[in-house]
Design a protein around this ligand. Structure first.
Ligand code: SF4
Length: 709
């Protein structure tokens, strides 16, 4: 606008994986506005979160002093953090940095020395930088001494990544979002991009205007349906039925790309045999989509000059999430729709840095760059690189760590101490009463964050960290583009950079770490990570990032412009081929029944981000969506005598919440939808912790609930 500003600082939006480039407008050392820049993902566009979600950084509830729990104050897993400073002071006392860091690291070290390496675990963050993720996993692996390190990708695309690593040999996208402009047909399944990847959605809508056929497949009919050529409102939980019927159609009607399959796929005969029974006519009563429509869409997908699949958590967050993604890979492979412009597989990444945090090794079974911890050669390389010995056993995942915190005292792998950096599992885990009990049961919990989150409330020591505009570092978006965020303002009070804090904990646990340079040595950490990444970002040096701001990997040399489209000639699998994996119908873990007759689908909404800790403290965003709601369609409301706006209680076998009823006619019959951003009515009190056996992702998208007035 016309406001005078002191400076403008080029950075990246801190919210979703689209990775829009922004400019912070700073006046009197405060951010006063944000504008879009001409980045590769956004070309100046921003959504409401990017535009208005910045004032959380100046919120009066920011943590500014290290806090230590007062002697004898119990941890109450059923209480939420109070808003006022007095109630906070009754639980925590202020401490110096030396005292807080000595206490944080000293008790972690004592637990490790008494009970062994497995007694500790760490949750890093997909909201932090690549450098933080890299150092955090290095601390757990070389300082704690085990692979008990994970982060929220476990809750978002772990199943997609499991299927992609198995099928195509890489967990990242094959083509960028912008490729929708090159596609003749785009299948968007289990995603609501208008809310969750809003600027990506604008490219889809622009493509539709230019003639691209959009197919929206989702149990909920969302905004993108208004732009879609066909909308397949399949029954929640029946992805495999719908997708196998499409694959069946392609093969049975002779539409498969035989040349591609012969040259580049393996296991086709097994896939063909397994989908033989999945006729559209047999699957219509299962998935609720007319057989003729399934055939029509399958034919269009196969016949398209180029066709692309984008998917979200609606695919991944099921006990059969890996199977769902296997079907998507198979559909692309049998039609030859991969390895060329406007085609391929794009799991829409949720967090701003979920791709980068995973690449950097914040995963219990993988070292940086997806090198398996149980692969002796990979482990040996990292042992030499880091000058230490490494645990050959994969660690526990997010939900497993919570179970291990509640394990009996005699369990040799009981988790007793944790370090949580920038994650809020007391809101984001499934079955929150269980997760909060687990956090409260820990003998020592260190939480590093910018607010007194629901997780920090259960901590023994809280380390006040920096918000995104207060630090410099890199993040990697859904398109595999590494982007530089630059510090725009100073942190409040005595808050410190995350990268500095991780190093302080490491040194106090006995690690001889020295990363010199400004911004807590971020350039030195980046350059070490670049070596650990084995080539993928070899051509993306720190200096180049300062110059160019963003580069897409794989990027093998300084003069390589980066490769937005991969798999053009071979797949990075052992035999260079895409592996087809047959799937069968697996029902949800908890089906509706007479006691709990409705299906609960959880997700996000446009204005609020994940557990709400940032966006609910952003004035404009909270003003637009101020209260938690449960959405039903008009038929379901009428059937129950409910009126939109009135309060209701939602109950599952695990918990209950009270919130306002909302009418949303895109919600399917027999289902309700809730966003998980609201602490006062946390949807995850209701959800089911049942896991997909491959990706270990919980079933956030399906459990049984009932509604009471
Ligand atoms: Fe930020 Fe995502 Fe919105 Fe872009 S689309 S402004 S990255 S939240």
């Amino acid at each position: 606008g016309s406001q005078q500003v002191d400076r403008e600082v080029a950075s990246v939006c801190p919210f979703c994986g689209v990775g829009c480039q922004i400019s912070y407008k700073v006046r009197d050392e405060k951010i006063v506005a944000v504008d879009g820049r001409d980045g590769p993902a956004n070309h100046g566009r921003l959504c409401v979160k990017g535009r208005f979600g910045w004032d959380y950084a100046h919120h009066p509830q920011r943590l500014t002093v290290p806090l230590i729990r007062r002697e004898g104050v119990p941890k109450d897993p059923y209480a939420l953090p109070p808003a006022g400073p007095d109630a906070l002071a009754a639980t925590f006392r202020e401490a110096s940095w030396d005292e807080a860091l000595d206490f944080a690291a000293g008790r972690l070290k004592a637990l490790r020395d008494t009970h062994g390496a497995r007694a500790l675990a760490g949750f890093g963050s997909a909201k932090g930088t690549n450098e933080e993720a890299y150092l955090f996993q290095k601390l757990v692996r070389t300082g704690f001494g085990s692979n008990n390190v994970d982060h929220c990708t476990r809750l978002c695309h772990a199943s997609s990544v499991a299927a992609l690593l198995e099928g195509v040999g890489s967990g990242a996208v094959s083509n960028p979002v912008a490729d929708v402009a090159e596609a003749e047909l785009v299948l968007v399944i289990g995603a609501n991009p208008t809310s969750n990847h809003p600027v990506a959605a604008t490219w889809m809508k622009n493509a539709a205007r230019a003639g691209t056929k959009i197919v929206l497949a989702d149990p909920r009919v969302t905004d993108l349906g208004r732009h879609a050529w066909r909308t397949l409102q399949f029954r929640a939980d029946t992805d495999v039925a719908l997708l196998n019927a499409m694959i069946h159609t392609v093969i049975a009607e002779g539409l498969a790309d035989q040349a591609f399959i012969e040259a580049r796929a393996s296991n086709f005969e097994a896939l063909k045999a397994s989908v033989a029974a999945f006729t559209p006519e047999a699957m219509e009563p299962v998935c609720g989509v007319p057989a003729a429509t399934i055939r029509e869409v399958a034919r269009a997908f196969a016949a398209a000059r180029s066709a692309m699949i984008l998917w979200g958590m609606g695919v991944s967050q099921h006990v059969h999430g890996t199977d769902n993604a296997r079907c998507l890979i198979a559909l692309c492979a049998v039609t030859g729709q991969i390895g060329k412009p406007g085609s391929g597989l794009h799991p829409l990444r949720g967090q701003n840095n979920v791709q980068g945090a995973s690449d950097a090794g914040l995963i219990p079974m993988m070292l940086p760059n997806y090198q398996r911890v149980d692969n002796a050669a990979a482990r040996t390389w990292f042992q030499d690189f880091w000058g230490t010995t490494l645990d050959p056993e994969p660690g526990y995942t997010v939900v497993e760590i919570m179970d291990k915190a509640l394990a009996p005292d005699a369990d040799p792998h009981k988790v007793r101490g944790m370090y949580v950096q920038g994650e809020n599992p007391a809101m984001s885990d499934p079955d929150l009463n269980h997760a909060r009990e687990a956090l409260a049961a820990l003998e020592h919990l260190v939480v590093q964050d910018i607010f007194m989150t629901e997780t920090a409330w259960l901590a023994d020591v809280v380390l006040p960290a920096t918000a995104w505009p207060e630090k410099t570092g890199t993040v990697t978006n859904t398109d595999r583009t590494v982007q530089l965020g630059r510090q725009a303002i100073e942190p409040p009070g005595d808050a410190r950079p995350d990268l500095w804090l991780i190093q302080q904990v490491a040194r106090r646990m006995g690690l001889a770490w020295h990363y010199e340079g400004e911004h807590a040595g971020v350039a030195a950490v980046y350059e070490e990570m670049r070596q650990a990444m084995h080539g993928a970002i070899a051509g993306i040096g720190w200096e180049r990032l300062q110059r160019e701001g963003s580069v897409t990997y794989p990027c093998l040399a300084e003069d390589d412009p980066g490769q937005p489209i991969v798999f053009t000639d071979r797949f990075p699998t052992e035999d260079g081929r895409v592996r087809l994996v047959p799937t069968q119908l697996v029902p949800a873990d908890e089906r509706p029944d007479p006691d709990y007759p409705l299906v609960l689908i959880t997700g996000r909404q446009l204005e609020h981000w994940h557990t709400g800790s940032m966006t609910r403290r952003s004035f404009v965003l909270d003003a637009i969506e101020p209260v938690p709601t449960v959405a039903l369609n008009g038929r379901e409301l009428a059937r129950r005598g409910l009126v939109a706006g009135q309060p209701a209680t939602v109950q599952s076998r695990r918990g209950e919440v009270r919130c306002h009823v909302r009418r949303d006619d895109g919600t399917p019959d027999g289902a309700v939808f809730m966003a998980f951003a609201y602490a006062e009515a946390a949807a995850n009190l209701l959800t089911n912790a049942a896991l997909d056996p491959f990706g270990k992702i919980p079933e956030f998208k399906y459990c049984a609930v009932r509604l009471l007035p």
